[in-house]
Design a protein around this ligand. Structure first.
Ligand code: KG4
Ligand code: ZN
Length: 340
């Protein structure tokens, strides 16, 4: 009998559920994105996020089961993200998962959201081990050396802001909507990804990423150009489309350079890595994908990045990690808590 896993993901602002079946792969992948609810606040509001998860979770799980043409009876394991994330949001997914597991006598597995991102490329590709994985999202920017399913070593992580946060915060400085990444990419494309302002690239330590300095450098550069009022916290050149494009493009190129340099250094140290994977919401960025792909071609390594709907938060990646953990019988008990 093929194992069938129900995945549940509610760590941030996406209520997601998916069904994964051994030998068949992903049977369904559904989600409700809360972006519209948080947009007016320029970022995710935790209380609004958990209320929305509570409203949607039942509906989304049912949709995932329906699309997979699968009843709860056919589910063997429930895999649920229980760390890291917004506590109130994680609790909704975990409590729902536990309730189903208890009522329907299913196995339960708590999943680390970052591990789910790391193995998300396997939903579409067979990545050769060992490989390097660059994870970049709104909450995390990390580089891992991955040796097997569930086996990975942290090489570098951000000391402060994540790359996605830099996109989101700079977008806010220049009055662009949340989330900033996709809009910044569009504006940068209009000026052919040219570097106008040469923002600093930050730390040269192999073990660290840092994006807070970059964000502050953008802010002070705007002040210097009389484009931002630090006291009132307002952008003064809202009608200057050219300036917005220049800021967006210079930021994207700086982040691209940081990623390329960091991966290049890591490849020297972890020379047995056969491939690089690029995952997380920021990996939707076509410019960054191309830069990393070019680096891999030069360095004679393969490059894999999931389709955009598997880069941003989703439950398919959670169900997949649930699958290989279930094969290893790494189950959690009903006392499973968030953030443990
Ligand atoms: O993985 P994700 O959906 O959620 C987190 O776990 O954080 O990532 C969201 C982040 C946001 O910061 C958003 O601005 C960024 O991913 N993002 C992008 C792009 N699309 C989404 N950043 C750069 N370019 C994009 N095209
Ligand atoms: Zn994520």
């Amino acid at each position: 009998m093929s194992l069938t896993i129900l995945g549940i993901e509610t760590s941030c602002d996406e209520t997601a559920s998916a069904v994964y079946r051994e030998n068949s792969g992903i049977l369904s992948n559904k989600l409700f994105s809360q972006i519209k609810l948080h947009k007016q606040f320029g970022g995710v509001v935790p209380e609004i996020a958990s209320r929305s998860h509570l409203e949607k979770i039942g509906i989304i799980i049912q949709k995932a089961l329906d699309e997979a043409n699968c009843s709860l009876k056919e589910i063997d394991v429930i895999a649920v993200t229980n760390r890291p994330g917004l506590p109130g949001s994680l609790l909704i997914g975990l409590c729902f998962a536990k309730a189903i597991a208890w009522a329907k006598q299913k196995k339960l597995i708590g999943i680390d959201h970052l591990e789910a991102h790391i193995f998300s490329p396997f939903l579409e590709y067979n990545v050769p081990f060992p490989y390097l994985c660059l994870t970049a999202s709104g909450g995390h920017t990390s580089l891992y050396f991955v040796t097997d399913f569930g086996k990975f070593q942290l090489i570098a992580q951000t000391l402060d802001d994540a790359a996605g946060e830099a996109f989101d915060k700079v977008a806010k400085f220049i009055n662009l909507p949340y989330p900033g990444g996709p809009v910044i990419e569009k504006l940068a494309q209009l000026v052919d990804f040219e570097d106008f302002f040469f923002y600093p690239r930050g730390t040269s330590q192999v073990t660290d990423f840092s994006f807070s300095g970059l964000k502050t450098a953008v802010l002070y550069d705007l002040v210097k150009r009389n484009a931002y009022d630090l006291h009132e916290k307002i952008f003064l050149k809202d009608t200057d489309e050219r300036l917005k494009q220049q800021v967006a493009s210079s930021l994207l190129v700086a982040i691209g350079d940081i990623f390329v340099q960091k991966v290049k250094d890591a490849l020297k140290q972890y020379s047995s890595a056969k491939a690089l994977t690029f995952v997380g919401g920021v990996a939707c960025n076509v410019y960054l994908k191309q830069k990393l792909h070019d680096l891999c071609t030069k360095e004679n390594r393969s490059f894999f990045t999931p389709s955009p709907h598997f880069c941003t938060d989703n439950a398919a990646m959670v169900a997949f990690v649930g699958y290989y953990k279930a094969k290893k019988k790494e189950f959690s008990g009903l006392y499973l808590d968030i953030l443990t």
